[in-house]
Design a protein around this ligand. Structure first.
Ligand code: SAM
Length: 447
């Protein structure tokens, strides 16, 4: 297609603008707009949007320097286009002349022909003066995070905050979960090798395989048949932890995945538990629940799927206790910023207290559904104590029938995790993993 390079950059600028100025989620906006570009350009489109937003504060500091005075509000999209242009110059291996010509042409496609000259002048000056070499002075640009988020991370992790911020600013590797009902990670590594795809395994996370370079899922052997799924290694700890050593007793182990959409952990529970478990997947987001059904269907797995508010069991629970419960609670997602850079823009400090009370409400309601002797695994992808041991500590104080069960699914994962007052934290970037918090609570047996 003529001008396809400029088209990708123009669509990328529209997506970035929708996140920056429309408060839209990046994943949803990319999914909506990517059909506008040729399929061969979609990987580039994602790279441009995710990269420009991941580096937002750093690029914004350059843009302010280059523009001198701000653009008119109705031309704000040109800020996003400049961010796309600068991101290519700073972090991508695209020749400067191609970046300049395609980005300038994109200004015309965005119906701002009078600003094409300005875009050209800014990008030329940036390369000519080697502006990328100068270190940013203000903290927002330097750490590339909003100040409140930097301070909140620094407060909770006084020795690790810089490493966490750095990990948040990097691209996450593509990690796969091999369907253990069909084969082992080492079997799958051999299949990848045969397909010419480089990958390695992960110590302590038996079903995980990390790709050296991201791939489109269509290129992955057996993806369509459910032999493999895309899931970060840290998220893969949940199913094996919850079911570890616990499937020998009851003929069928009743498992609840209480906040299950889009179904990553439900799929893993089904693979590990097979026909020894009866899985119930609940979520209150009907659209996201469709993804649970699709994912389980691809894996050839079965579950009872229920659209409901998990914190209100009277609405949906059949009254029969669960042997195991996974509560993968809604959270700030501050541990997965590298995969969802728009979190840095969309999340507010005031969200944390609201989320903590939702997490407490879910935990308290679901505790009543757990059989004596059963285990509830509480999980978040947050690095903040207020959503993690800050929820679990008071809960344990208030519930005499609850205690922490700190038996880990294997000893190697201990090295990946920080012990908290209650539970364990994986920090983002540790061994290439996303940031996750895990705590297993056991219900006392009735004597
Ligand atoms: C962290 S995500 C779950 C990810 C999922 N476990 C996976 O592995 O794919 C949290 C989920 O909680 C759901 N949620 C939020 N509040 C809920 C509630 N009151 N009842 C049930 N689900 C809820 C959200 O819709 C979201 O899908």
């Amino acid at each position: 297609m003529k001008n396809s390079g400029a088209k990708v950059r123009a669509v990328a600028a529209e997506i970035v603008d929708a996140v920056l100025n429309g408060g839209r989620s990046l994943d949803a906006t990319v999914a909506e707009h990517e059909v506008r570009v040729a399929s061969r350009d979609r990987a580039l489109l994602r790279m441009l949007c995710f990269g420009a937003l991941r580096q937002h504060w750093r690029l914004n500091a350059y843009i302010q320097q280059l523009l001198g005075k701000p653009l008119r509000k109705r031309d704000a999209i040109i800020n996003s286009l400049l961010a796309i242009g600068l991101y290519q110059l700073v972090d991508m291996r695209i020749p400067d002349h191609a970046v300049l010509s395609e980005t300038v042409e994109a200004a015309r496609l965005l119906r701002r022909p009078k600003l094409a000259g300005l875009v050209n002048a800014c990008l030329r000056r940036f390369t000519r003066e080697n502006m990328a070499a100068a270190l940013p002075e203000d903290d927002e640009a330097k750490w590339n995070h909003p100040i409140w988020l930097t301070e909140a991370i620094r407060k909770d992790w006084p020795d690790d905050w810089q490493a966490i911020l750095q990990a948040n600013n990097e691209r996450a590797p593509m990690c796969l979960r091999v369907n253990s009902a069909r084969g082992t990670a080492s079997d799958y590594l051999a299949r990848l090798r045969a397909a010419g795809i480089e990958a390695s395994d992960m110590t302590g996370i038996p079903d995980a395989v990390v790709l050296s370079e991201p791939q489109s899922v269509e290129n992955l052997p057996g993806f369509i048949d459910g032999d493999v799924s895309v899931q970060d290694g840290a998220a893969q700890i949940a199913a094996r932890w919850l079911l570890h050593d616990r499937l020998a007793g009851a003929p069928v182990h009743r498992v609840l995945d209480a906040c299950s959409a889009p179904g990553g952990k439900s799929g893993h529970l089904a693979e590990v538990g097979g026909d020894r478990i009866a899985l119930c997947s609940v979520d209150n987001d009907v659209a996201r629940l469709e993804r649970v059904a699709e994912n389980l269907h691809r894996l050839g797995a079965d579950a009872t799927i229920i659209a409901a508010d998990a914190s209100n069991p009277e609405e949906w629970w059949d009254g029969e206790a669960f042997d195991s419960i996974l509560l993968d609670a809604p959270c700030s997602a501050s541990g997965v910023i590298r995969r969802h850079p728009d979190i840095k823009l969309l999340r507010r400090e005031s969200d944390l207290a609201r989320l903590a009370s939702l997490q407490t409400a879910l935990l308290t309601a679901l505790w009543g559904l757990l059989a004596p002797g059963g285990v509830l695994l509480y999980v978040t992808c947050s690095v903040f104590a207020v959503e993690n041991d800050g929820v679990l500590g008071p809960f344990l104080n208030d519930h005499d029938d609850a205690s922490e069960n700190d038996v880990l699914p294997n000893n190697n994962i201990r090295d990946l995790m920080r012990r908290k007052a209650c539970g364990y934290q994986i920090l983002p970037g540790t061994a290439g993993l996303d940031g996750f918090y895990y705590a297993a609570l056991q219900k006392k047996k009735v004597s």
